[in-house]
Design a protein around this ligand. Structure first.
Ligand code: SF4
Length: 400
């Protein structure tokens, strides 16, 4: 078994005092929420799903709930709704801004997650605003993000029911970002029966060792590699071909081969891989770990695209003895033409309405700052493509 690089090891959190645990402050104050709540705006109200949800800063701007502009994007096309409770997520994943250890310093609804704030708002207000947009809505998909909380399995179907009662599937299909640790097969089935279109599992860590170190016993977190794959297999059987996805983070101690083997496995199972570039989330247990080198990220992005959308076999890829991708195994002219489309370098996720290989879930700047984009939330232009080609060429050894 390979040793994990020490530089990607999570730090050890300071203990959480008893009076800070489980949302104690928020529950003791018991402030009634008054509509929109912006993180760190005032004392945190006691907000609970399904009546309240949090949504990404990009979605809140797109919905007109808060002012702001998105760098080089007119809007986001995915409405990500995150379940919310004063107790927060009870897991402790090392790379995540929502992790339990943060209750020492911040309430759940005030935490940053994939680099941004998540304002909270009544679910019915979100639904009414979307319904009022009618066919003109910019959103091409809605996604309910579950967390590790005792009520998450019961509340997710309630959010979905309320949404589906007002928003037709053909207008905005729904994805579920699941929490396998607490889910039973019946929970997965109920979400399918209520009209969810796509079910995703955030495996995130690409080897059992990295998983254990970043979201299992290594950080006092309840998740297991086996449970994640079991629920994924159950979902695949229920949702069917092309209707399941798996999130994978590149840069937490795994090799390129580890990531791409999973991409190939998912492709063979008629499922999809959604890649994220590791970024040191502020306040997380991996906030000291460097972001993934861009040249490495670009080649993994490209190889994943070749496997999923260009019919390129995993067996054609060539790796170093350490598992670094050193050759795409594709004729230069053909590879060049695929790079020139720019699509392999866009954010990957559940599809929208443009084409199968362009994700609705564009997560603007969720895995990088705008000054050094990892996943492009828009179509890369000529300048971007020159930068991408430079980044690919920096590897030196890769045939590109
Ligand atoms: S279960 Fe999800 S939300 Fe909770 S700490 Fe882990 S990654 Fe973050």
């Amino acid at each position: 078994m390979a040793c994990l690089p020490p530089e990607t090891a999570p730090r050890v959190p300071a203990p959480v005092p008893a009076d800070k645990r489980n949302g104690a402050d928020v529950k003791a104050a018991s402030l009634a929420p008054q509509g929109l709540y912006r993180p760190r705006y005032q004392r945190t109200p006691a907000m609970r799903s399904p009546d309240y949800v949090q949504l990404s800063t990009a979605a809140a701007i797109t919905l007109g709930l808060i002012p702001g502009k998105l760098h080089r994007c007119s809007c986001t096309r995915c409405l990500n709704l995150l379940l919310t409770y004063p107790e927060g997520c009870r897991a402790n994943c090392a790379y995540c801004g929502l992790a339990r250890h943060r209750e020492r310093e911040t309430n759940y609804a005030d935490r940053n997650f994939i680099r941004v704030d998540w304002p909270a708002v009544p679910l019915d207000e979100v639904i009414e605003r979307i319904a009022a947009q009618g066919e003109a809505t910019p959103f091409e998909r809605m996604c309910i993000s579950m967390i590790t909380h005792p009520n998450s399995d019961a509340d997710t179907p309630r959010v979905l029911e309320r949404w589906r009662a007002r928003i037709p599937h053909a207008r905005i299909p729904v994805s579920i970002l699941s929490n396998p640790t607490t889910m039973r097969r019946e929970d997965v089935r109920e979400l399918y029966d209520l009209g969810a279109e796509i079910f995703t599992v955030a495996l995130d860590a690409c080897t059992p060792q990295v998983f254990e170190r970043t979201r299992g016993k290594g950080v006092d977190s309840p998740h297991t590699w086996g449970t994640y794959w079991r629920v994924f297999d159950e979902a695949r059987a229920i949702f069917g071909p092309q209707r399941t996805g798996m999130h994978l983070i590149v840069g937490m101690g795994e090799s390129d081969r580890d990531v791409l083997e999973i991409c190939a496995r998912l492709h063979a199972l008629e499922a999809h891989s959604h890649l994220f570039c590791f970024y040191p989330e502020r306040g997380s247990l991996m906030d000291h770990v460097p972001a993934t080198d861009r040249s490495r990220w670009r080649r993994v992005q490209l190889a994943r695209y070749l496997i999923e959308y260009a019919g390129h076999p995993f067996a054609a890829l060539r790796f170093s003895p350490e598992g670094a991708l050193v050759d795409f195994g594709m004729e230069k002219g053909k590879l060049d033409a695929i790079i020139a489309t720019g699509i392999p370098f866009r954010t990957s996720g559940c599809p929208g309405k443009q084409r199968e290989d362009v994700s609705a879930c564009d997560r603007p700047y969720g895995d990088s700052p705008p000054s050094n984009i990892a996943s492009y939330p828009f179509q890369p232009n000529g300048h971007d493509l020159r930068q991408i080609r430079r980044q690919l060429a920096e590897v030196g050894k890769v045939s590109a």
